[in-house]
Design a protein around this ligand. Structure first.
Ligand code: IPM
Ligand code: MG
Length: 367
């Protein structure tokens, strides 16, 4: 298969983790006989510096001509004082829109090898395997009107939460289908006791559940869900929620397993899938070569699965990550005091070698 991918390393640790993710993608392509066609473009602060635009037309064109986009991170303190449209984050939000990527999938998996880094007791966090399905193109992030107006000292700010039935339906459909492929439990998170958007959300999701009698649907208010996520994380399966709630809950879920560095994401639904680690640009450690590339590498696994339907290849990458963690692979963010840590590059090499070795054994098993 020919894999046409645009890579957008972006800012901070983005380029460091994307370099390793691409090495892994190349290893998968080489081992499984796929052809990789890779184009690199700018986004975020890197694009602002080069073009004065956080999402230049050349980047959009390349992404739309690919099948998948692999993104590092956007964000840099250098642009903190820029107006909203000229901040690195604006590039990412526009990219999600341009790609029509309305469904953001964020798996939250507890790795027994990393029990020491979860702040929760082992018996509480053991078995945690959650898929957050976050609506990505609606709600407060994009609702109009939005503004800050008025004279200094008497200004007021407006954001609008807005959802149409059709927007709710299309994301709920993704969540129901994914729940069906997993443990068949879907939790829809809202704030229906206060917000109209949430009341409509709950109504639409409930109506759709008639088509999924095999999926157990429940509803929970977001405040209560936030608490339960900490108290009983292992009881969650698929969590469906709107944009802002999903942003917050997915970071919280990452905290439950102990590191944002392991979190991968897929943003799908449009013609081109967008894959990125959930961690940000981490300017405090950028350039030191110590960032954890596993979130980016696991995002490659999601790309293989969701854009290319290459389940075997995706599992090979995921298995390599598990095996590496079990063999003691630790970057700084996931190490206990006194444990030996590896740098970003070495972590990448570790996964590349495991991918090649697993692919070979699989080949032998088949032939
Ligand atoms: C995320 C990030 C982004 C978001 C920012 C960088 C715009 O926090 O992907 O979760 O809020 O969606
Ligand atoms: Mg976030």
């Amino acid at each position: 298969m020919r894999l046409r991918v645009t890579s957008l390393p972006g800012d901070g640790i983005g380029p460091e983790v994307i370099r390793q993710a691409i090495r892994v993608l190349e290893a998968v392509a080489g081992s499984f006989g796929h052809e990789l066609e890779l184009t690199e473009r700018e986004i975020g602060g890197a694009a602002l510096t080069a073009f004065g635009d956080p999402l230049p037309p050349t980047t959009i064109a390349s992404c739309l001509a690919s099948q998948a986009v692999l993104l590092g991170a956007v964000g840099s303190p250098a642009f903190d004082r820029n107006p909203r449209e000229l901040r690195p984050e604006a590039g990412l939000l526009r990219l999600r829109q341009e790609l029509g990527a309305f469904a953001n999938l964020r798996p939250v998996v507890y790795y027994p090898a990393l029990r020491a880094i979860s702040p929760l007791r082992e018996e509480v966090v053991r078995g945690t395997d959650i898929l957050v399905v976050r609506e990505l193109l609606g709600g407060l992030y994009f609702g109009q009107p939005r503004s800050i107006e008025g004279a200094m000292g008497a200004r007021h700010a407006v954001n609008t939460m807005r959802y149409s039935e059709q927007e709710i339906e299309r994301i709920a459909l993704v969540a129901f289908e994914l729940a069906r492929s997993r443990r068949k439990r879907l939790l829809s998170v809202d704030k229906a006791n206060v917000l109209e958007c949430s009341r409509l959300w709950r109504e639409v999701v409930t109506r759709m559940s008639a088509d999924y009698p095999d999926v157990h649907l429940s509803h929970q208010y977001v405040d209560s869900a936030a608490m339960m996520l900490v108290l009983k994380p292992a009881e969650f399966d698929v969590v469906l929620t709107e944009n802002m709630f999903g942003d917050i809950l997915s970071d919280q879920a990452a905290g439950v397993i102990g590191s944002l560095g392991l979190m991968a994401s897929a943003s799908i639904g449009g013609p081109v899938g967008l894959y990125e680690p959930v961690h940000g640009s981490a300017p405090d450690i950028a350039g030191q070569g110590v960032a954890n590339p596993l979130g980016a590498i696991l995002s490659v696994a999601l790309m293989l699965r969701h854009t290319y339907q290459l389940a075997k290849e995706a599992e090979c990458v995921e298995a390599a990550v598990v095996a590496a963690l079990e063999a003691g692979l630790r970057t700084r963010d996931i190490a206990k005091a006194g444990e030996r840590t590896v740098k970003t590059e070495e972590a990448g090499t570790w996964i590349v070698e495991l991918v090649r070795a697993t692919a070979k054994t699989k080949d032998r098993a088949i032939s």
